[in-house]
Each structure stands twice: as structure tokens, then as C-alpha cells.
Design a protein around this ligand. Structure first.
Ligand code: BG6
Length: 514
């Protein structure tokens, strides 16, 4: 192929890609229930503002915060402050002023029919004033006990059905989506009574992270990794979601959740599905959902002996003394809630049979790091023997760093310069920040945009949520029957309870250093 032709072809492909990325949604109103909460200010409004800055919001657009408390007098100032602080935006940015003209507030109780009827009128007035055309994205950023009630009331007041062809009403539902299999099923039944599955966007903010999406690009957008991505070449996989923060004043929520429900059942299992799934037919919602579901369905029932739970006691994090979980505000001084969980599981399919997968998540660990570590098998023959333990041949390790210091590195053995053949592990590294510059996006941008566009690829679906709960519920039940007798069993600022190390030691392995 002559050079110019090749170039033109590539160019056309590239333009197509850009066009697909820069889809601007139809005019619409984003209605956030629970707008007085932290999420709206810290994440949602900054994300919407970023979308506006990128020219990805329609001309006819508004945001309506809805909450039970009447905070209309300070709502706009609060949101502006959130955008400035959370979004790295200059307070004098003229675009900010323009954006804030489209931010409104409405007070109602979530069980108040008259309030919902008024809200409906309020939104219709905005349609007339700002040309938002009757399209709605409802965002339920409320406590889970309100998910079904609000959806019900939206249905009852005819806010979830279109009046004109082409109009859409989508609903984003925050986590936690259920607390076990039964409650997740009930919640799905309740909201499916009002909403069609295509209207429901169960959010998991991990799927908004560039680095999580990049797992699929890394695997399926490159030719060299996929052929070795299986049991023939991979020894085991580790996924860690470690946080150095504690429960940040969320005592009552965390007491009823714990690390398994809060992070492992959703964020970690989503990451696992991207690491383990087969190539989908396309990157369309239905294909991706099918492949993810196959992974979860192929996981063997997890034995309680293959799980570890922990709770932090007092300790030091980043040089500062911190209190133990049981001393946290509004936490039972005898609490048995786990702030750490680790487990081993097996995916019984052709690709992964015999490859153990180790997962762990916890609060008040030594540092904040989320990483997928893929450890490859050793070469069949150890040709380079050395007396020095440090220069023994080590396995190749691929580390996908989800956060912070987003990037990917590959460890391999290299000859140490000198007259003997000693091998040392060295690292090849790709850093997001170095290659693409630092991003101020928080992950919600992509998810909000996709929900406005009706693209459910990066959202959890009914079947998937139930599949992950089906795996986790027996563990929760077994744990409930056998309360831990050693809590607190790890010091804040450590890497979790010794039992988590023992879990791998049994298999003659160690957690890779993060
Ligand atoms: C949330 C959990 O879903 O995820 C929090 O409720 C946790 O407890 C947070 O801290 C972690 O998210 P990120 O993006 O900071 O890793």
C-alpha cells in the first residue's frame, strides 16, 4: 500500500474514533437526589463541570439538586466551592459562572407525593426556560433504603415514561446495591417494576477510572499480551485495593457494611471481571456484560477457609498516630465489622483453571494503592544459576497500577554487568502522567456522560450484581455464624492481619510488594 493511502486510512480511522468519543448527549436535566451529601459537591458537580469544559454537554442543560433539607440559600455557593476545590478550577473562570447559572435546587421529602408533583412541574418549567426537551437523568445519591421508594414515586408521578418519541429518562443508582443476594434481588425486582433495564445505570465508580478501562485496551488492543493471558503462562493473579484512610466519619454506614460489602463485592469483582473475561464480540454493553457474567459464574464457590477478615486497631499511618476502628465515632466498641478482607478464588474455565486469584481490600493499610499483579510462570529451565539469593531468576510480573501513580510495569530478569552471569529483576515502566499529562478528571465524567447517552457498558447490570452477591453471600453468612475472636487483629498502617499472609504462604506464595 502506498504511504499516502495508508496514512489517509489511518487518519479516517482516527477521526471516527474521536467522533465516537465526543458524542454530545441530547438536551437534558440531571436531577440529583441526595444533593446535600458529599458526593454531589466533591465528585458529581466537578465532573459535570469538566464535561462542560470539554464541550461535551448539550446547549440545553441543567442540574437540579434535590434534598430533604432546605439549603437553597447556600446550595449554589457550596457547589461552586466543590467545583473549585475538587475540580482544580479557578474561581474566576467565566465558564464556571455560566455553568452555575444552570444549577438549581429543589427541596422535598422523598416520601412526599405533593413534593414529587411539584418537582415534576419545576422540571417542566426548566424545559421551557432552557430547552432541556423533557429528557432526564435522575441520580440517586441517597441512602440505599430510598432507592426503591424514589424510583416508585418517580414512576407514580409519570417522570419515568416519555411523552414524546425519542425522549428518555435514565436513572443512576449509587452503591451499595443490596447487602446480600436476597436484598439485591428484591431491589432489582422493585426498580424493574418501574424501570426497564435499559433505563437503569447501577454505578460503580471504579469502572469510570481510566486505568480500569485500560485493562481491556491493554489486553484486547495489543497483540502480544493476549496469547499468554491464560493458565499456560500465568502462575497467579493478585488484586489489591488498599486504603490508608479509615472510615472517614462514616461509622453507621460502615458498621452495617464492612470491607467485603463496601469494596470487594463491587469494585474488586468488577476489576477481576476485566482481568479475566474473554474478548467480547464488541465493546457494546450487551457483549461486555455477557463476558463479565461468564467470569463470575465460572468462579467456584469460595470456601470460608480461603477467606480472611481483619479489623484495624490503633497504629501509625504516614507517621501520624491513628485510633483503632472500635474507637471511631459511632462505632460499637465491641464491633465485629471487618475493615479488611482477603480471599482466594478459582475461576473454573478453560483459560483460568488451576490459576489461583488472590483478592484483598482494606482500610488503614500501609498505603493507598490499588493494583492488579499478574505473576507469570518461571521459565522451564533455570539456566542461570547464582549463589546470590538476590540474583536468582524471578518470575515476570506485570503490575497494572489502578491508583495512585497510574501506570503499568513489567518486571523481567536482566544480566548484571560483569564477568559472571548474574540475573537481576528490572522493571519496564509506563506512567500515565508522563505519557498523557496529569488529568483532573475524577472518573464520574465518563459515567455521567455514558448514562446521558444511554450507554450501559461501564455500568453493573442486574445479572452481574446478583452473580457477585451469590458468591459473597455464603461467606458473609459463614462469618456471621462464627464471630471473630481476635479483632482487632491488625495494626493501622500495616498490611493487614498475619492470616492474610498465611493464606498465600499455604500455597508457597507471598503478596507482591506494592
Ligand atoms: C467507595 C467506598 O465505594 O470506594 C469507600 O464506599 C472507599 O469506602 C472508596 O473509600 C474507594 O474509592 P477510591 O476511588 O478512592 O479508590
Amino acid at each position: 500500500m502506498p504511504n499516502e493511502v495508508k496514512h489517509a486510512g489511518m487518519q479516517a480511522g482516527f477521526e471516527h474514533h474521536i467522533k465516537k468519543q465526543e458524542r454530545v448527549p441530547d438536551p437534558c436535566i440531571v436531577v440529583i437526589f441526595g444533593a446535600s451529601g458529599d458526593l454531589t459537591k466533591r465528585k458529581l458537580l466537578p465532573a459535570l463541570f469538566h464535561l462542560q469544559q470539554e464541550g461535551l454537554l448539550p446547549e440545553g442543560f441543567a442540574v437540579v439538586g434535590v434534598a430533604r433539607r432546605d439549603i437553597s440559600a447556600k446550595f449554589a455557593a457550596d457547589m461552586e466551592d466543590g467545583i473549585v476545590k475538587g475540580g482544580g478550577v479557578e474561581p474566576t473562570d467565566p465558564k464556571l459562572k455560566k455553568f452555575m447559572e444552570r444549577v438549581k435546587y429543589f427541596t422535598t421529602n422523598f416520601d412526599d407525593d405533593a413534593g414529587f408533583e411539584k418537582l415534576k412541574g419545576f422540571l417542566e418549567d426548566i424545559d421551557k426556560e432552557l430547552g432541556t426537551k423533557g429528557n432526564r437523568l435522575f441520580y440517586l445519591a441517597v441512602a440505599p433504603e430510598y432507592f426503591a421508594d424514589i424510583t416508585d414515586r418517580l414512576g407514580k408521578h409519570e417522570m419515568t415514561t416519555s411523552k414524546e418519541p425519542g425522549q428518555w429518562m435514565h436513572v443512576i443508582i449509587e452503591k451499595p446495591f443490596g447487602t446480600d443476594l436476597e436484598s439485591a434481588r428484591k431491589l432489582n425486582d422493585d426498580i424493574n417494576r418501574v424501570l426497564h433495564e435499559d433505563q437503569i445505570f447501577r454505578i460503580d465508580h471504579y469502572l469510570g477510572k481510566e486505568t480500569v478501562q485500560n485493562i481491556l485496551v491493554f489486553r484486547f488492543g495489543n497483540g502480544i499480551f493476549e496469547p499468554i493471558w491464560n493458565r499456560n503462562f500465568i502462575d497467579h493473579v493478585e488484586i489489591t485495593a488498599a486504603e490508608s484512610i479509615g472510615i472517614e466519619g462514616r461509622g453507621p454506614f460502615y458498621e452495617s457494611a464492612g470491607a467485603l460489602r463496601d469494596v470487594l463485592q463491587n469494585h474488586v469483582m468488577e476489576v477481576l471481571s476485566f482481568v479475566a473475561m474473554e474478548p467480547p464480540d464488541s465493546f457494546e454493553s450487551a457483549s461486555v456484560r455477557t463476558e463479565k457474567l461468564k467470569v463470575w459464574n465460572a468462579i467456584d464457590p469460595i470456601q470460608v477457609e480461603d477467606t480472611v477478615r481483619g479489623q484495624y486497631g490503633p497504629g501509625r499511618v504516614d507517621g501520624e498516630r491513628v485510633i483503632g476502628y472500635r474507637e471511631e465515632d459511632r462505632v460499637d466498641p465491641d464491633s465485629n465489622t471487618e475493615t479488611f478482607v482477603a480471599m482466594k478464588l478459582q475461576i473454573e474455565n478453560w483459560r483460568w483453571a488451576g490459576v489461583p486469584i488472590y483478592l484483598r481490600a482494606g482500610k488503614r493499610l500501609a498505603k493507598r494503592v490499588t493494583e492488579v499483579t499478574v505473576v507469570f510462570k518461571q521459565p522451564p529451565l533455570h539456566m542461570f544459576k547464582s549463589d546470590d539469593a538476590k540474583s536468582q531468576v524471578q518470575p515476570n510480573v506485570l503490575k497494572m497500577r489502578i491508583q495512585p501513580d497510574e501506570g503499568i510495569s513489567l518486571m523481567f530478569g536482566a544480566k548484571v554487568p560483569g564477568p559472571t552471569t548474574n540475573v537481576m529483576p528490572v522493571e519496564m515502566h509506563f506512567s500515565y502522567a508522563e505519557s498523557f499529562g496529569k488529568s483532573s478528571a475524577n472518573g464520574y465524567e465518563r459515567l455521567l456522560l455514558d448514562a446521558m447517552l444511554g450507554d450501559g457498558t461501564l455500568f453493573a447490570h442486574r445479572s452481574g450484581v446478583e452473580a457477585t452477591w451469590a458468591l459473597m453471600t455464603p461467606i458473609l453468612e459463614a462469618w456471621a455464624k462464627r464471630p471473630p475472636n481476635d479483632f482487632p487483629n491488625y495494626e493501622a498502617g500495616s498490611w493487614g492481619p498475619p492470616a492474610a499472609d498465611a493464606l498465600l504462604k499455604r500455597d508457597r506464595r507471598k503478596w507482591y510488594k506494592l
